[in-house]
Ligand binder design. Structure first.
Ligand code: AMP
Length: 282
């Protein structure tokens, strides 16, 4: 495994790998790695000759400066975890100046309305930041395949749209959500929860599973009403949104269509910590 900090060194390495005819997989992360990230890296290693894992807490995707400041960072442990996987790994861990120079700002993107839903409504400018950094990384790494978790399903669809719009040749691979034993979706943010909060946060996935069951016989509106009532009595978790949306367009569902795929999405706060999750409904 090699650790690369300079953009220039990464570019050199990519050039050599391309010359050698090696396929490159890419897994972008913000570090504080857990089993969810490792599942992505393992999948990438199965499909590509070498894998670049970036560890970069991207400042332009945080609309809340406090959240950026509090975001967990644990580089030593991250490197330790990755070093146990495979030799064919390159860890790219740049400073913000390597990526942005002096212009630490997001570019504006249109993702055909995907960016206006859910996370886009509650985290203004978030997807511009994601689009900006992922475009820069794709240009540097030139991956054949890039691996993203369904944990951030809206982000995954944003990246697919970015690739389509920019006519990039990278194949975007979506990977299933890794969960803790309780059902709570693994997240770097879980580290900031107390033991009790962490146990109670498992309720999010339980609600999603119940919503999926209800969706078999009830309308989206009825399911949404039911979920809201669940959080009126639930004092430890504060619901931000629950939505049922089309998997491709992310537009909220009004009337079920037979051949369309739907997903339920949830965001809630446990104390100060914002958690998100989702589930396929059909
Ligand atoms: P992050 O470090 O949170 O930006 O996540 C980096 C990548 O890991 C993203 O593609 C996430 O969707 C993915 N990821 C994060 N948590 C999980 C999880 N529990 N299961 C699967 N993928 C995940």
């Amino acid at each position: 495994m090699q650790i690369i900090k300079q953009k220039h060194d990464l570019q050199q390495q990519v050039k050599t790998l391309k010359f050698q005819g090696k396929s490159i997989g890419f897994v972008p992360t913000m570090g504080a790695l857990h089993a969810g990230h490792l599942a992505l890296v393992k999948q990438a290693l199965q499909h590509c000759d070498v894998v670049v894992v970036s560890i970069f807490v991207n400042p332009t995707q945080f609309e809340n400066p406090e959240d950026l400041l509090q975001y967990p960072r644990n580089l030593e442990k991250d490197v330790e975890m990755l070093s146990q996987l495979d030799d064919a790994l390159f860890v790219f861990q740049p400073e913000a100046s390597q990526i942005y120079g002096k212009d630490v700002n997001a570019k504006h993107f249109s993702f055909d309305g995907i960016e206006d839903q859910m996370e886009g409504q509650f985290r203004k400018g978030h997807f511009d930041g994601v689009g900006t950094v992922v475009k820069k990384f794709f240009e540097l790494v030139q991956p054949d395949k890039a691996f993203f978790g369904e944990k951030d399903f809206q982000q995954l669809q944003i990246i697919r749209k970015l690739v389509e719009k920019l006519q990039l040749t990278v194949e975007v691979v979506g990977c299933p959500i890794e969960r803790e034993e309780s059902g709570l979706a693994r997240s770097s943010r879980n580290e900031r929860l107390s033991l009790e909060q962490r146990q109670k946060a498992a309720r999010l996935y339980a609600v999603l599973q119940q919503a999926k069951y209800c969706f078999g016989t009830k309308s989206a509106l009825e399911v949404k009403k039911w979920v809201k009532t669940q959080f009126e009595v639930e004092s430890d978790l504060k619901l931000e949104y629950f939505e049922i949306a089309n998997e491709d367009t992310l537009q909220p569902l009004h009337e079920k269509q037979r051949d369309e795929k739907y997903r339920a999405f949830i965001a809630a706060y446990s104390g100060e910590i914002r958690l998100i999750d989702n589930i396929a409904l059909n």
